[in-house]
Write a new protein. Structure first.
Length: 101
């Protein structure tokens, strides 16, 4: 039973960074999902796939996994490179490419 510890990325539906500061511990799927012959929905017999634990820090998540004997793998997040721009920069006189219509 292997667990993943990571910080979730922001969803495509949000412009802010809400719910991306916590660390998650979730288990790798133990078995593949199958189609239910009656309904066509996917099913799984793995109940650990439903468990998602939230922690405030990475160290808390690692300590929890070690305390309970859970094998884990930590995935570090890559911070995006921020380019700070202002609207006034479009009309600056020192632009490399001159602004024209």
């Amino acid at each position: 039973m292997l667990a993943r510890i990571y910080r979730p990325a922001k969803t495509a539906m949000q412009s802010g960074k809400a719910k991306t500061n916590d660390w998650l511990l979730e288990f790798e799927p133990a078995s593949a999902r199958r189609n239910d012959p009656l309904t066509g929905w996917t099913q799984s017999t793995d109940m650990n796939g439903q468990v998602r634990l939230n922690f405030e820090t990475r160290e808390e998540a690692v300590a929890y996994a070690q305390k309970h004997g859970i094998a884990f793998q930590v995935f570090e997040t890559k911070e995006p490179k921020r380019i700070i721009k202002a609207y006034a920069d479009n009309f600056a006189t020192g632009r490399r490419i001159p602004w024209t219509h």
